[in-house]
Design a protein around this ligand. Structure first.
Ligand code: GLN
Length: 328
């Protein structure tokens, strides 16, 4: 540690930035800042106040090891969110690891569209390919829907979704009582239930449930299960394109969360067909899509018998969500 004697906070940040730049990381300074902040428990205000001061030796020795370790991981192109262990989505902080897709801001478009169109708390919602659970948990927490189900083929992903559901759904403002049940291990199934006060005085308690289920599409579902709204952000990248993506995505995010098979549309074909058997009349689907897939996915839905196909754009103005109605 001796050679770092007299090192300033600014010096530490510059050192990290240089290391990440060298490794080809795009937002080298921003990422170095987040890692510095996490390693030393440093916030922006204190950084600006103290940036040219030498870091106290005790502080340096307690944080520097972690900082170098974080930087080495980031230089190996491990995503920042996997190093820090979380990502913000819909104003909520979701835990992430290498078993789940990192929640993207684009996906907020889907959540917002559902929240806008479905204001009845009785709405029953299903999220297929839930991953970290970001869509399902946001809908349960922000939409207050009485019954939300989230499923994924990956048990490892569902463990992350469960962690997020416990932190964000089970224990939150207004919770009067909460329970978590393990319904089965094979297939993996958990139910979380909360009783939420309708007002600050604790009046009008309302029950909400969030069920997590391991399933390859609808395989483990009751054949007669029906929902008002089915959402999904399925894997939609054509297999051949995955090799061209940034190393963070290509090498560190789960391939099963990305790979949409040959033309990227495989899961829309499966979902269009299968969801129609689990929607009530007048029920809706909302699928996130790649920005060049709106026409193709719209067509898949029409051929499967859906009506009222609509495309919703994201904040960048790109096609991001296709919705449709099941009227049969
Ligand atoms: N539903 C999760 C998300 O939107 C995971 C999606 C996926 O794995 N393709 O982040």
């Amino acid at each position: 540690m001796e050679e770092y004697e007299g090192k300033t906070w600014r010096g530490l940040l510059e050192e990290g930035t240089a290391l990440l730049k060298e490794a080809g990381v795009g937002e080298a300074q921003t990422d170095a800042w987040y890692l510095l902040s996490a390693a030393f428990g440093m916030d922006r205000v204190h950084y600006y106040l103290e940036q040219d001061r030498a870091v106290r030796p005790e502080r340096l020795s307690s944080g520097y090891g972690a900082y170098r370790e974080f930087l080495a991981k980031r230089a190996a192109r491990i995503p920042l969110q996997q190093i820090l262990g979380n990502q913000e989505f819909m104003g909520l902080t979701f835990a992430v690891d290498e078993n789940v897709l990192i929640p993207r801001q684009d996906t907020e478009t889907l959540v917002e569209a559902v929240l806008r169109a479905h204001t009845d708390p009785q709405t029953t919602v299903l999220d297929l390919c839930t991953g970290s659970g970001c869509i399902a948990v946001s809908l349960a927490v922000l939409g207050g829907y009485g019954s939300v189900t989230a499923s994924d083929i990956s048990g490892a992903a569902l463990k992350v979704a469960l962690k997020n559901a416990k932190r964000l759904f089970l224990i939150r403002k207004g919770t009067v009582r909460s329970q978590s049940f393990r319904l089965s291990e094979q297939p993996w199934k958990r139910e979380l239930r909360t009783w939420i006060a309708q007002d600050a005085a604790g009046n009008g308690v309302r029950e909400q449930s969030l069920t997590l289920l391991q399933s390859d599409c609808f395989r483990e579902f009751e054949p007669e299960a029906v929902y008002d709204v089915i959402v999904s952000n399925p894997p939609y990248i054509p297999s051949a394109v995955i090799g061209t993506l940034e190393p963070e995505v290509r090498d560190h995010e789960p391939r099963i969360a990305l790979d949409g098979m040959e033309d990227g549309l495989h899961f829309y074909r499966v979902l269009a067909l299968e969801c129609s058997r689990h929607l009530r009349r007048g029920g809706m689907v909302y699928f996130e899509i790649g920005c060049d897939q709106a026409a193709a996915v719209g067509r898949i839905l029409e051929i499967a018998g859906y009506s009222g196909v609509e495309t919703i754009r994201d904040a960048a103005g790109l096609d991001r969500v296709v919705s449709a109605c099941w009227m049969r």
